[in-house]
Ligand binder design. Structure first.
Ligand code: SAM
Ligand code: SF4
Length: 324
């Protein structure tokens, strides 16, 4: 359906859990994370019911996220059930990759359409500084396993933080070595991300061009989102940028977000939305639920204002609770 600003909303990001097996410095605190209790987290049946309502309103694409979606049991089973909902065309996953090796075959079997692996560095020491865990080898094994399924596109999402120019150059090299797009994401001032400066697209691009030569803009888009891509001579994959800070893309926003506890969020920055769990568990009908969802989509804010004054509606959740 269209929102009140004329944008077509056809994509939902669903957070399956707020739990994670990493502790990325810009996403979660080192310790003392208060976890949502199991009763507060939507069951798979509840997620499926909400998705049927979403699909009836024109949502076609679903991204499973978290926390870390693969720490929730039977993620592949849910994926298969989502794929069978009439109107849902694509179900994709974003993961930190730590548990991907053992899950990839089941996900592929269930019909996974694409996978994004978050990887900010290929340097083991820096990886541990950023994620507070010694898991780089597992992520790389997960990437290797994903590449064994050529029908499933793989992308790397990388938020430049802590590292230096050489780190960016080495991360981008993944797209030279493998048929994988590497996307650089500008850090957004949400939750723990507020403590860090962001590397802007233009700076990253200049650094990559110094090493790899000219980057040519691509006309194609590859996936659901606002990423724009460049090709580099000799690279198998593209280099992409998701630049919410320096190249604001709200005018083409196509998404809503469902948190693990069932809050439907209209915009990343604001709390605007509706508690669907409360309504579901209060016994509302599918028709009523669909009406609530329709209103959230219609009232979607026109844009974020990360660069301007803060408002009382600003999101207080951590990124791990929202799903990115
Ligand atoms: N654990 C999974 C993962 O890492 O892909 C899924 C959830 S994670 C919150 C989704 C994405 O959000 C990751 O690519 C992560 O790097 C990104 N992210 C987290 N905090 C961010 C921030 N403040 N600004 C930009 N991206 C952020
Ligand atoms: Fe976990 Fe993803 Fe957040 Fe890192 S970015 S702490 S992997 S949820």
């Amino acid at each position: 359906m269209k929102d009140s600003h004329g944008r077509t909303i056809d994509y939902v990001r669903i957070s399956l859990t707020d739990r994670c097996n990493l502790r990325c410095i810009y996403c979660m605190p080192e310790s003392g994370v208060s976890q949502i209790s199991h009763q507060q987290i939507l069951t798979y049946d509840e997620i499926l019911r909400i998705c049927r309502c979403l699909a009836s309103l024109g949502i076609k694409k679903v991204k499973l996220t978290g926390g870390e979606p693969l720490v929730r049991r039977d993620c592949a089973v849910l994926l298969g059930q989502l794929k069978r909902i009439p109107g849902i065309e694509k179900v994709t996953l974003t993961t930190n990759g730590v548990l991907l090796k053992e899950n990839m075959a089941a996900l592929a079997q269930a019909g996974l359409d694409a996978v994004n692996i978050s990887l900010d560095t290929v340097d083991a020491e820096l990886f541990e500084k950023i994620t507070r865990r010694d898991s780089l080898d597992k992520v790389l094994e997960g990437l290797g396993e994903a590449l064994r399924f050529p029908q499933i596109p793989v992308k790397i999402n990388s938020v430049p933080v802590l590292g230096d120019k050489e780190n960016l150059v080495r991360t981008a090299r993944i797209a030279q070595q493998y048929p994988v797009h590497v996307r650089f994401i500008e850090m957004m001032p949400i939750g723990y991300g507020k403590q860090f400066d962001f590397w802007g697209e233009d700076d990253v691009r200049r650094i990559l061009e110094e090493t790899y030569g000219p980057m040519t803009p691509c006309r194609e888009s590859y996936g659901n989102g606002p990423c724009h891509y460049f090709s580099i001579k000799g690279f198998q994959g593209k280099i992409g940028f998701i630049s919410a800070m320096t190249h604001k893309f709200c005018y083409q926003c196509n998404r809503v977000r469902l948190t693990a506890e069932g809050y439907l969020k209209a915009c990343l920055q604001f709390q605007t939305g509706a508690d669907l769990r409360e309504r579901l568990r209060g016994g509302c009908s599918d028709e009523e639920l669909t009406q609530v969802i329709e209103k959230v989509i219609w009232d979607k804010p026109v844009s974020h204002n990360f660069n301007e004054m803060k408002t009382t509606l600003d999101e207080q959740r951590m990124m791990s609770q929202i799903g990115g």
